[in-house]
Design a protein around this ligand. Structure first.
Ligand SMILES: Nc1ncnc2c1ncn2[C@@H]1O[C@H](COP(=O)(O)OP(=O)(O)O)[C@@H](O)[C@H]1O
Ligand SMILES: [Mg+2]
Length: 273
């Protein structure tokens, strides 16, 4: 990595990364007596693929929930695009251009792939029931635009052949891809992925990695992803935050964190599933 300035930096493979879009400052999050996140600070820059890694229970999903605005930390600040971000409702977060996938797939099993992805467009739908009744034209135009956007994503993620299939009938790897499609349907600037490759076989992981890289490359989407397998993120991410027992124990390029002794110890000391 070249010198990091306020404006950004250039990655080892020559990609230009932009300024900070989100800054997490001294975040502490508690659930009753459990301290899930202890005084963690880091930032996410425009256009980068930022990974959060760590053993199970380290606090990664909690951190993603803070980033997405779903949890509001007891201490610390989340600065988004230069502004302190207050506690927000999920739809308000969606309007800021933030979309996510979940560690446990959250799709509608009985609905088709196409309809599941359409639900990702809800934040784009302006015409309500009233305008649909009074002014057909606008609602119809909007519906057509939404369908076209969804079809582009279906092509992009190579799932044309399953567009009419109920999600419940799909194998795991494809469900994860449909969940990614639904998140992309919101046209996010910041995409949050909670263990997008967990439970996948090698081939499915390779596909998912390729799609994550193309999303970043073709749409310029900033991506923050969680993984507990260190190997997976090494090729994929520009910078990595390492968490262990709610604390940050490393932060830097994949090469930097891989040679960080605290990180090595945390990984050697933990039995993986
Ligand atoms: N909603 C919650 N209520 C209570 N405790 C929670 C909740 N979510 C997470 N925790 C606790 O916070 C810690 C971190 O969990 P989590 O963020 O899910 O870790 P990770 O994603 O790294 O596996 C764990 O001890 C977990 O039990
Ligand atoms: Mg988790």
């Amino acid at each position: 990595m070249n010198a990091m300035t306020q404006d950004g930096y250039v990655t080892a493979d020559g990609r230009q990364i932009g300024p900070v879009v989100m800054e997490l400052k001294n975040i502490t999050l508690r659930f009753g007596g459990v301290v899930a996140i202890k005084d963690i600070s880091f930032d996410i820059r425009q256009g980068e693929i930022r990974a959060i890694i760590g053993p199970n229970g380290a606090g990664k999903s909690s951190m993603l929930n803070v980033i997405s605005g779903f949890y509001h930390p007891q201490d610390g600040q989340v600065i988004f695009k230069g502004q302190p971000r207050p506690a927000m409702k999920p739809y308000q977060v969606a309007r800021l251009g933030i979309a996510r996938t979940f560690q446990n797939i959250a799709l509608f099993d009985g609905m088709s792939v196409l309809d599941n992805i359409m639900t990702g467009r809800l934040n784009k739908m302006k015409a309500g029931f009233l305008s649909q009744a009074i002014w057909w034209g606008a609602a119809e135009r909007e519906e057509n635009e939404n369908r076209a956007a969804v079809e582009r994503i279906i092509d992009f993620l190579e799932i044309q052949n399953i567009r009419k299939t109920p999600v419940g009938r799909l194998p795991y790897g494809l469900k994860k891809r449909v969940e990614l499609a639904r998140a992309l349907a919101a046209e996010p600037n910041l995409l949050l992925l909670d263990e997008p490759m967990a439970g996948m076989n090698v081939e499915e992981k390779e596909d998912m990695s390729r799609f994550i890289l193309s999303v970043n490359d073709e749409f310029g989407t900033t991506i923050c992803l969680i993984e507990h397998d260190m190997g997976v993120v090494m090729d994929l991410s520009d910078r990595v935050v390492v968490m262990d027992y709610g604390k940050k124990i490393g932060d830097g390029t994949p090469a930097e964190v891989r040679s960080n002794q605290a990180v090595i110890d945390a990984y050697l000391g933990v039995a993986h599933d």
